[in-house]
Ligand binder design. Structure first.
Ligand code: HEM
Length: 349
């Protein structure tokens, strides 16, 4: 309903503007000689109001009388030839302001319309506003009177504001292609990828794991050697898993031996002797492992006849010594004095 009312208001405004363009508002329109009497126009409505307030609602009267009373309160043409009172100049002054013409063009057009055309017409003046009356009882609430103080600005015509969505629809659409991420095209990360290190810059460039990854060959400090066939770590594991294989050495008595540093030094791996080494107080025969050592036989034998803990920790501290050489354990490392005391005790027994 609000939209219908607004539409009617806009249509009325457009009609008035078309019928009475703003240019004609400033033109001094000569009032017709049979203009209404100022006294009657000003005083009659007030008296009518006072009468109504005093005596309450007007009893039903014949139509003819009502028309007569209304005709008195309505500015109509009369036979009086008196000059127009200065009260009619008030609307003209209001119309001179340019803002009123532009902002509220409908306000001044109504009095012009009533004075110029309808005031001269007879009959349909009951609903017409009374320009000289400060309290027009029969006028619509939004009908402005000619006095500037009681002007009520009509509601602005509803201007539909474009919604943000409509703005976007009017604006040229900026279509952006969907962002293709490399990870979305590739397969899901495998479980092994979680154990890898952070991706390098070269691997980040490739969007798929199927793409060839550039391999940069750099000089490696690795001293790994090419092992002979049958001497892989798996072959060593298979060899140590069999307890029948005597990896401690053919001349070594069963049980753990007490090995002094002098005894260890004599097991240097040359002249047909096995190479022994000590690690954290234990002595191992490393000769069976020499052909399986990834770093080569020569590197391994650097620790022959002495303690290898420092070398081992410097090169590959991550290697499980005990897990690899557990079956090669000879005994424990004891000092020379300790061995002599033990031998003396054994002799006493
Ligand atoms: C004590 C003297 C030893 C020396 C001087 C030595 C030296 C080396 C060297 C130079 C490498 C190659 C490292 C590389 O490729 O970057 C290596 C690898 C290796 N060594 Fe030894 N080693 C010794 C003892 C041992 C012992 C006693 C064991 C076994 C308990 C052993 C097990 C290994 C293993 C498993 C690798 C491969 C490591 C890997 O690839 O990560 N080494 N060693």
């Amino acid at each position: 309903m609000g939209w219908v009312g607004a539409g009617v208001l806009v249509a009325t405004t457009v009609y008035f503007l078309y019928r009475y363009p703003p240019r004609s508002w400033n033109e001094p329109r000569p009032l017709p000689p049979p203009e209404l009497k100022p006294e009657a126009a000003v005083t009659t409505p007030i008296s009518d109001e006072s009468v109504r307030e005093k005596h309450g609602p007007r009893p039903s009267t014949p139509t003819i009388e009502t028309e007569q009373e209304d005709s008195q309160s309505t500015p109509k043409a009369s036979a009086s030839s008196a000059p127009p009172p200065p009260v009619f100049t008030v609307p003209t002054l209001n119309l001179d302001s340019g803002e009123n013409e532009t902002s509220n063009p409908t306000m001044p057009s109504i009095p012009q319309f009533l004075r110029g055309g309808q005031s001269t017409a007879s009959g349909r003046d009951n609903a017409a506003p009374k320009p000289q009356s400060s309290q027009p009882p029969l006028a619509p609430p939004r009908q402005p009177s000619t006095t500037g103080g009681s002007l009520m600005p009509p509601p602005p015509p509803p201007v539909p504001k474009p919604r943000p969505a409509q703005k976007n629809s009017l604006a040229p659409p900026t279509l952006q292609p969907p962002r293709l991420s490399g990870s979305s095209l590739g397969p899901p990360p495998s479980a092994a990828s979680s154990q890898r290190g952070p991706p390098t810059s070269s691997s980040r460039l490739s969007s798929s794991t199927l793409a060839p990854t550039p391999v940069t060959l750099k000089k490696s400090n690795s001293k790994k050697v090419i092992l002979e066939p049958g001497f892989s770590p798996l072959d060593w594991a298979a060899l140590t898993s069999n307890p029948n294989n005597n990896l401690r050495g053919k001349d070594v008595p069963p049980g753990l031996l007490r090995v002094t540093p002098s005894m260890l030094k004599e097991q240097h791996g040359r002249k047909g002797r096995d190479a022994w080494t000590s690690y954290h107080g234990k002595v191992y025969n490393i000769s069976p492992y020499a052909p399986y050592h990834p770093g080569g036989k020569g590197e391994l034998l650097r620790g022959a006849g002495k303690d290898s803990a420092r070398l081992f920790q410097e090169i590959h501290p991550w290697v499980n010594w005990e897990g690899i050489l557990g079956e090669c354990l000879i005994g424990i490392l004891v000092s020379e004095s300790d061995l002599h005391v033990e031998n003396a005790l054994d002799a006493m027994d």
